[in-house]
Design a protein around this ligand. Structure first.
Ligand code: S3P
Length: 452
């Protein structure tokens, strides 16, 4: 089992790009697989989560050619031969690994197909709530059995059938649930509507639109008329802002640092992490921006500063739910209190991220009070190195590797294989940051590309 050994650095002067966006890569595998014609997907994220979704689509009959590959991981450019909306029955149960996004989106898609199939995942995924997709899909007439040891949990046996459109108001703001219902709605006759209680990431709507499928937005309601078949097109996935967030925090909380992150997704349903870190006092500038294949992207410059604590607004939480572990690290480095509440959803992520963040922060000497729906961190206490657990959660492993860059002594993060679920190459970037930090000249971390 691999681990990271991290030592403190004084400042960060780097230019880097992060691998492709995880949320978009899942959706690209699914939507291009359903499309009429062939699509080339570039900068696909070859992480375990997204590869599982790609393999799931392959099990349902979607063929693809690998055009470029990141050695040791998987394809970064693919030609996907769409099946014009007609999938075939997978021969075996489908492994979704660690991915809630994969399982929930596939559940929506497969509930509407004329065959029975099964989805399963690892131990963490088998304890995450699937009732949140089973409920709306059942309302559409789907038949899904949750066969897990825990009620409402995977494995899921999905008896696919013709579904009816519905209007579903989500009790929790979840892009995964919204996307599952919209993907099922593609196969219904009539209009499917999802109403979200707060803004959630809108990659499904944007990507459907880019592939020629019309959706309509009315306040927080999204309408989709069934029977539309996506039209193949080429799509380039921007860098993942959730992966960039680790380096944003590393640079932002280190006065004198300057970091340039290139080609990162800047969709406004994902950029609350930038707003929060700016509020804490770091200077973050969008130095160039453009829109590519329906998704905003650009380059970000981050200049480090002495940070101060902040309060996360309730409406920001769905927009930065994946970044909260590393924001907690920034909070530990900031003077004063940072209040993170209304974030109970953190308890049903890959781990209970309130408990795992609190445990790790405390083991490094951080002051943090735990609440059922979040935490309050009193920053400014010097962190010390510790031996820490990732708990098998990629974002916990990476967030506390970043904390190690600020801590005295040595930080050991154990069980780090899990970072491959979202950030292949993180270990190499971390090593480059530690090695080069002594060089006062600005330097470049090699951009993650198939040749590296
Ligand atoms: C995701 C949505 C979020 C996020 C997850 C990816 C997606 O989950 O935490 O990592 O791609 O739709 P919820 O929508 O369930 O909050």
């Amino acid at each position: 089992m691999s681990h990271f050994i991290v030592k403190a650095i004084n400042s960060l002067h780097a230019e880097l790009s992060v691998p492709g966006d995880k949320s978009m890569s899942h959706r690209a595998a699914i939507i291009a697989g359903l499309a009429q014609g062939d699509s080339v997907i570039r900068n696909f994220l070859p992480s375990e989560d997204c590869l599982n979704t790609l393999h799931a689509m392959a099990a349902a009959g979607v063929e693809y050619d690998v055009l470029e590959e990141l050695e040791g991981y998987g394809p970064t450019a693919l030609r996907i031969h769409g099946r014009k909306g007609k999938l075939q029955a997978p021969q075996n149960p489908i492994d979704c690994g660690n991915s809630g996004t994969g399982m929930r989106l596939l559940a929506g898609l497969l509930a509407a197909q004329p065959f029975t199939c099964e989805l399963f995942g690892d131990e963490s995924l088998s304890s995450r709530p699937m009732g949140r997709v089973i409920t709306p899909l059942s309302q559409m007439g789907a038949e899904i059995e949750a066969m897990g040891e825990k009620p409402g949990c995977a494995p899921l046996r999905i008896h696919g059938k013709m579904l009816q459109p519905t209007t579903y108001t989500m009790p929790v703001a979840s892009a995964q649930v919204k996307s599952a219902v919209l993907l099922a709605g593609l196969f219904c006759e009539g209009v499917t509507t999802v109403v979200q209680p707060a803004e959630t990431r809108d990659h499904t709507e944007r990507m459907l639109e880019a592939f020629g499928v019309k959706t309509e937005r009315e306040g927080q309601a999204i309408h989709l008329s069934g029977g539309q078949i996506p039209l193949a097109r080429d799509f380039r996935v921007p860098g993942d802002i959730s992966s960039a967030a680790f380096w944003i925090v590393a640079a932002a909380a280190m006065p004198g640092s300057r970091l340039l992150i290139r080609n990162v997704g800047l969709n406004s349903t994902r950029t609350a992490v930038i707003d929060v870190i700016r509020r804490m006092g770091a200077k973050i500038t969008v130095v160039s921006s453009s829109s590519q294949d329906g998704e905003p992207m650009g380059d970000l410059e981050i200049c480090g500063a002495a940070l101060t604590g902040t309060e996360i607004f309730p409406q920001e939480v769905p927009n930065l739910i994946d970044e909260i572990p590393v924001i907690a690290v920034a909070a530990a480095m900031a003077q004063g209190k940072t209040v993170i509440r209304n974030a109970k959803e953190l308890r049903v992520k890959e781990t209970d991220r309130i408990t795992t963040v609190v445990n790790n922060l405390r083991s490094m000497g951080g002051e943090v009070e735990e609440f059922e729906d979040g935490m309050v961190i009193t920053g400014g206490h010097p962190l010390h190195g510790a031996v820490m657990q990732s708990y098998g959660d990629h974002r916990i492993a990476m967030a506390f590797a970043i904390a190690g860059l600020f801590a005295s002594g040595e930080t050991v993060m154990e069980n780090t294989d899990c970072v491959n679920t979202s950030y292949p190459g993180f270990a190499r970037h971390l090593a480059a940051v530690m090695q080069e930090s002594t060089d006062p000249q600005a330097y470049q971390i090699p951009i993650l590309s198939p040749s590296h």
